[in-house]
Design a protein around this ligand. Structure first.
Ligand code: ADP
Ligand code: MG
Length: 468
């Protein structure tokens, strides 16, 4: 069915657009009148929905009749990234005439062990799907001053997992700087060199969910045993354990067991260990046992090579001055750099225009505009106290004066809304309160803003100031 659709589509769009947007799609499942196709990213899905939905509908209706349905399955980020280790179903949006339907992710079927990894321990020679993304290799993790230490340490670890002093290896750095990529690359390389070793990549978020689940089902011990048989354990975004005492405790035991048995642990975090909030001291001190290597912002040369490498892999050519324009204007996030390249190629192929500086400028503008910077809790406190003309110490103080309490509650509310910090962590940072106080603050603000006009105005004003 899909092959027929493709040939119809191919006849109706430019070869470049076809190559960019349709060749990477895989048909994964067909049931009655619903075809599931797998696309490489969420961006891809959105693009298809925006530009090719009619074409898709026509081609599919020709094959499957009036009731044809299309289901998108998104790969990559969602399969291997932090949010959800399994393929995610995204229903096509309302705009489209083609309706969507839930399907079981094919990956889930392929690796039943991982669906409930802690149910099968104890059996020897368990095969564990390592959850590694083979596209994240050392080969396409370009070296530069910004990542040399981390990259080389990663290589050393993959040559001798557990056998270097880099245990654990903690890779830290800001958003989009390659932590997840490098962590996968180490795992992929270990698997390549030592196929018999058990490697597992897991996000801290997923780890937490599994743990909670195991407690509910009364098999916490199975959960622990499962992790103890792993040779190379990679936990991504370990800062997400912040404020989660139970998960930290269980991770502590797993960590100790692995470490004592010469197994390798690799961790990533968006902060250096000293800046991690609400992580138990005994864990923090262990994070520092090995090597903490930072991924810094890539310098100009490295940005240029990353762009060129990406273009080369996609088989696209781009004039040198545009490559440099991009490298000069998107500096602090490699993921955004890649996103800009994809949109640039897409725009030019869709509108049958050459890639020009003007086009590049427009796209970069969109990127800069669309990317909301994450605000810090410090900044929120500053903005809120300025707004109410008090200083931050007053805002944090123990006083019960109504207007100060309100200001403090607003700061807590916005900290919860605009940052990823946990309730506990917000409480600690805003005048050493506990998580219940923060929760109460959020509820109060929600209530007041529906009942009190003046207060509602505060919320709106502050929201504007903070998100602009
Ligand atoms: P993080 O986990 O730090 O937020 P990711 O690992 O998801 O960042 O990286 C974001 C994107 O940038 C990925 O597509 C990754 O392949 C790419 N990237 C990061 N560093 C490099 C590098 N040194 N060379 C090539 N691509 C890179
Ligand atoms: Mg990441």
């Amino acid at each position: 069915v899909w092959v027929n659709c493709l040939s119809f589509i191919q006849d109706n769009i430019t070869p470049q657009a076809y190559k960019t947007w349709f060749e990477p799609i895989k048909a994964v499942k067909l049931t009655d009148n619903a075809l599931s196709i797998q696309v490489p990213s969420k961006f891809f899905y959105e693009w298809l929905e925006e530009h090719y939905v009619k074409l898709l509908k026509v081609s599919l209706t020709r094959e499957l009749g009036e009731n044809a349905k299309l289901v998108y399955v998104i790969r990559m980020e969602n399969t291997y990234g932090n949010k959800q280790p399994f393929t995610e179903k995204i229903p096509s949006s309302q705009r489209t005439q083609i309706s969507s339907q839930d399907i079981d992710s094919p990956l889930r079927n392929k690796s039943p062990e991982l669906k409930n990894p802690f149910i099968i321990p104890g059996i020897r020679n368990v095969k564990i799907d390592s959850q590694l993304n083979p596209n994240y290799s050392f080969d396409n993790f370009l070296e530069g001053d910004s990542n040399r230490l981390a990259r080389n340490a990663g290589m050393a670890v993959s040559n001798k997992p557990g056998g270097t002093s880099f245990n654990p290896l903690l890779i830290f750095g800001g958003v989009g700087l390659g932590k997840t990529h490098l962590a996968h690359a180490i795992g992929v390389e270990v698997k390549d060199k030592y196929p018999e070793k058990t490697v597992l990549y897991i996000s801290a978020e997923k780890f937490t969910q599994q743990y909670i689940e195991s407690v509910k089902k009364n098999n916490r011990n199975d959960f622990i045993h499962f992790y103890q048989i792993i040779d190379v354990l990679i936990v991504d975004d370990i800062q997400l354990l912040s404020g989660k005492a139970g998960t930290q405790d269980v991770f502590f035991h797993i960590f100790n067991h692995l470490h004592q048995n010469g197994k390798q642990v690799i961790l990533t975090s968006d902060k250096a260990p000293v800046d991690m909030q609400d992580i138990e001291q005994r864990l923090l001190s262990r994070f520092k046992w090995g090597l903490s290597a930072e991924l810094q912002h890539p310098d100009f040369e490295t940005r240029v090579s990353i762009i060129k490498n990406k273009l080369y892999r996609d088989g696209v050519e781009m004039p040198e001055d545009i490559v440099e324009y991009l490298a000069n204007n998107i500096k602090t996030n490699i993921r955004e750099l890649e996103g800009a390249i994809i949109s640039l190629i897409a725009h030019s192929s869709f509108n049958k225009k050459d890639i020009t500086i003007d086009l590049a400028r427009k796209i970069v503008e969109n990127y800069v505009k669309n990317t909301k910077k994450e605000v810090s809790i410090e900044y929120i406190q500053k903005v809120v106290s300025d707004y109410f003309q008090m200083d931050v110490e007053t805002l944090q103080s123990k006083t019960r004066k109504r207007h100060i309490v309100q200001a403090r509650q607003l700061a807590m509310f916005f900290a919860k809304k605009l940052t990823k910090a946990s309730l506990a962590s917000i409480g600690t940072q805003i005048g050493k309160r506990d998580h219940a106080t923060v929760l109460h603050a959020c509820k109060t603000v929600n209530n007041l803003s529906t009942t009190d006009k003046q207060f509602k105005k505060f919320v709106e004003d502050l929201n504007k100031k903070l998100t602009l």
